[in-house]
Design a protein around this ligand. Structure first.
Ligand code: THU
Length: 136
């Protein structure tokens, strides 16, 4: 799947963001090697720490459905109801969770501000010398 299409999916995922505390809505769309796409959004909580990022929501949805071979993830984030002006990069915890399941040399992270404005990185670029299952 082309990145532009995956970005569209991330925008759809973002519509379901539950982020009343930060006012920052994030959507992610995770492409599996078998072609399936899992959407995720950030979900916050009155007790704060139980909240989860959009990227991890998408990854855990996929793993819980038996899919754990991933090729790419698209991420969009910005103020709820506002225009997206900055690229939203995955937090460190989400990068670490990606590291658990993918080859950091090949897995692509797409950060977007619109369907036509996006940048692509490998996980290795965003998490150099990461610690993963191969290190144990
Ligand atoms: N957030 C994500 O969903 N993904 C990230 O990679 C960074 C942050 C969420 C968490 C929280 O709900 C809101 O954005 C503000 O930090």
């Amino acid at each position: 799947m082309e990145s532009k299409e995956l970005v569209k999916e991330a925008f759809k995922a973002r519509e379901n963001s539950y982020s009343p505390y930060s006012g920052f809505s994030v959507g992610a769309a995770l492409l599996c090697k078998n072609g399936k796409v899992y959407r995720g959004c950030n979900m916050e909580n009155a007790a704060y720490s139980p909240g989860i990022c959009a990227e991890r929501a998408a990854i855990y949805k996929a793993v819980s459905e038996g899919d754990k071979e991933f090729s790419k993830i698209a991420i969009v984030g910005g103020p709820t109801g506002g225009k997206i002006e900055k690229y939203a990069f995955p937090c460190g915890v989400c990068r670490q969770v990606m590291m658990e399941f993918v080859n950091p040399d090949n897995f692509i992270i797409v950060v977007a501000i619109s369907e036509n404005e996006y940048k692509e990185y490998t996980l290795k670029e965003l998490l150099p010398e990461g610690f993963g299952p191969d290190n144990l």
